[in-house]
Write a protein that binds this ligand. Structure first.
Ligand code: ASP
Ligand code: MG
Length: 631
């Protein structure tokens, strides 16, 4: 017998009628021969209302008491949903997180799951009941109620599905929400965006972190780590939604599956940073220590012994970031400046690993629209660019703890340039058109999605299982591999005028030569000046340099192009690379301890890449393996 875990969000339970509808869905799944666990969020705006109630009493509530308060929202939902199922004639039992033993750490309001006891669940299921479980909550080792952070019910649902899978069940997880599935981009901004039938975990992780607020990122990390098949679907219809699954072969046919806009980030630049080992480590260790999650990091090559590090954090964490870095900046004799409101536009696609020309096409589309790129970073399956907003974007709405509220309504903000850029990119990649996996049947149903065991990116099952077995808590970061590519060389353009179209010209010239560009970092280094670096295969360096020099001459004769044939690129791959702030710290720390200098940094949801000197590549590989305890 299969097990279906169904999760209903707040809007899908907002009144009695919706609760009955959710109950009917659960009963239907049971009648088709499954055991059923329903995970519920608090009804409608209950959680926000509870936060507002506390705010009437204090502006600095204790996190422990807030968890006590917020957990009540889900407790109402489980009782009502169980009553609804019983009213419709089926057996149901409601259980809270603490009752079944969802054990978390003690970080109130942002707790992470350590373990889930499946005994009580199994007992209730075997007794013939539909189990209705409270999302978003758990209990710490002291016996205190904890919550997982806003939007945390998704994480509960997927974590429970993972725990039941580990216990030997055949599990599918359905996330019911108020949209039909995952779209190629935000349909509120791009009306002709298309619903996808399937997307891989990595693609979804990159999309989710980039503002496609359909699901909580942590829940997708769980799904990937434990290979739980998920479907996001509409609570008000029976239509098939979007499967989020292991990467399938056909996915690599499409360099881009979707694009996204994030408008709640702030960009900071650290300039005049001494270019020596250990500096990035100090900066990012301090941020990690303050639990600030850094999104894009672009460390540029620098000149005269000084480098610049550009990075982005959530607007809501900007003040904290500046405060945290203050003393270090002073000590390094560097300057930290904040560069106004920005929007981040990204494209994502599993096929990007193998197919080239994506950057070129994206930059071209932006250049045609006259959109200037302030910063560029690339991951193995995404490219992100920052565009500046003339008009102030309204701040992300946050709760009293500074936590961003899920599903930010971009329409109500003024990320005008970002939206324009998003539309241009969506059109350039023809994302409105039907394709395999989005309108044209690829392979239907989860079981037919074959896992592509790309040796570089997807760890073999047994490695993954061994790595999982070593984890102390279920939600701990999982670093699955460190890889070295010693066949790269780097091209850097210094003093490139910061104007729309310049990057596009460079990459068009390089791509026309059939040269595959891998990592790209662009950072602003001085007023009106950018530094653009990219890596190409060593065998192509001479040709890449020539093409770059030619095109740069046409742009501005003051630009300098430098080639460096002796670099190595290292990637750390894993799950939870960004939501766990400590990964970059461990990585940069290990390299710093060996005195290995980092020349370029790139980060994404599933991978952190750094460039080091070629002669130290092997040594860096060994020390990172050791730091992440990989055999
Ligand atoms: N009720 C919680 C919240 O609104 C958890 C959830 O909805 O997933 O954040
Ligand atoms: Mg909610």
């Amino acid at each position: 017998m299969g097990l279906v875990v169904q999760k209903f969000g707040g809007s899908s339970l907002k009144d009695a009628e919706r609760v009955m509808e959710a109950a009917r869905k659960a009963i239907r799944a049971k009648h088709t021969g499954n055991q059923v666990i329903v995970v519920v969020s608090a009804q409608g705006s209950t959680t926000d209302d509870l936060i507002a109630k506390a705010a009437q009493i204090t502006s600095s509530p204790s996190a422990r008491e807030m968890d006590m308060l917020l957990a009540t929202g889900e407790q109402i939902s489980i009782a009502l949903t169980a009553l609804a199922i019983q009213e419709l004639g089926e057996k149901a039992v409601s259980l809270t997180g603490p009752q079944i033993g969802i054990v978390t750490d003690s970080t109130h309001r942002k707790a992470r799951i350590k373990s889930i006891d499946t005994r009580r669940l199994v007992e209730a299921l075997d007794g013939g009941s539909i189990v209705v479980l409270a999302g978003f909550q758990g209990v710490d080792e002291l016996g205190d109620i904890s919550t997982l952070g806003r939007g945390g019910s998704d994480t509960t649902a997927v974590a429970v599905a993972a725990a039941m899978k580990l216990a030997g069940y055949e599990v599918t997880c359905e996330i019911y929400t108020d949209v039909d599935g995952v779209y190629t981009t935000d349909p509120r901004i791009v009306p002709d965006s298309r619903k996808m039938d399937a997307i891989s975990y990595d693609e979804m992780l990159e999309m989710a972190s980039m503002g496609a607020g359909v699901m909580h990122s942590r829940s997708i990390e769980f799904a990937k780590k434990y290979e739980v098949s998920l479907m996001v679907r509409n609570a008000l219809s029976d239509a098939i939604g979007t499967w989020i699954v292991p990467e399938a072969d056909w996915m690599s046919e499409f360099p881009v599956c979707g694009c996204a806009l994030a408008a709640d980030e702030a960009r900071l630049v650290l300039e005049g940073v001494p270019d020596r080992p250990g500096v990035s480590h100090r900066v990012f260790a301090a941020l990690a220590g303050a639990n600030i999650s850094v999104d894009m990091i672009a460390q540029s090559v620098g000149t005269g012994g000084k480098a610049a590090i550009g990075f982005t954090v959530l607007n809501s964490e900007l003040e904290k970031t500046k405060k945290t870095l203050g003393p270090i900046v002073a000590e390094l004799g560097a300057t930290l400046s904040e560069t106004g409101k920005v929007s981040k536009v990204s494209v994502v696609g599993a096929g990007m690993r193998a197919l080239s020309g994506v950057a070129e096409k994206m930059f071209k589309a932006l250049s045609v629209e006259g959109v200037n790129m302030k910063m560029i970073t690339t991951g193995d399956i995404k490219i992100s660019v920052l565009v500046e907003e003339d008009l102030p974007t309204e701040d992300a709405s946050t709760d009293s703890d500074g936590e961003p509220i899920k599903k930010s309504h971009l329409e109500s903000r003024k990320a005008l340039r970002g939206r324009k850029a998003l539309r241009a990119v969506h059109a350039a990649f023809g994302l409105a058109n039907a394709r395999k996996g989005a309108g044209v049947p690829a392979e239907a149903g989860t079981t037919e999605y074959k896992v592509r065991r790309n040796p570089l990116m997807v760890p073999a099952s047994k490695d993954r299982e061994a790595a999982i077995a070593r984890l102390e808590g279920m939600e701990d970061v999982l670093v699955s591999g460190v890889h070295l590519n010693a066949e790269q060389s780097r091209v850097t353009i210094h003093d490139l005028p910061d104007k729309p179209g310049n990057c596009s010209k460079v990459f068009t010239a390089v791509a026309t030569g059939g040269i595959l560009v891998d990592m790209i970092v662009q950072n602003l280094t001085g007023p009106g000046k950018a530094e653009l670096s990219f890596t190409v295969p060593r065998a192509d360096l001479t040709r890449a340099l020539k093409r770059t020099q030619d095109v740069v001459q046409e742009i501005d004769t003051n630009c300098r192009v430098v080639g460096d044939g002796d670099v190595a690129v290292l990637f750390v791959m894993g799950v939870g690379m960004r939501t766990h702030t400590g990964v970059a710290r461990t990585m940069f720390g290990a390299l710093a301890a060996r005195g290995i200098n980092i020349g370029m940094i790139n980060t994404s949801e599933v991978c952190v890449g750094v460039v080091v000197e070629k002669t130290r590549g092997e040594e860096a590989l060994a020390c990172l393996k050791e730091a992440f305890k990989l055999g």
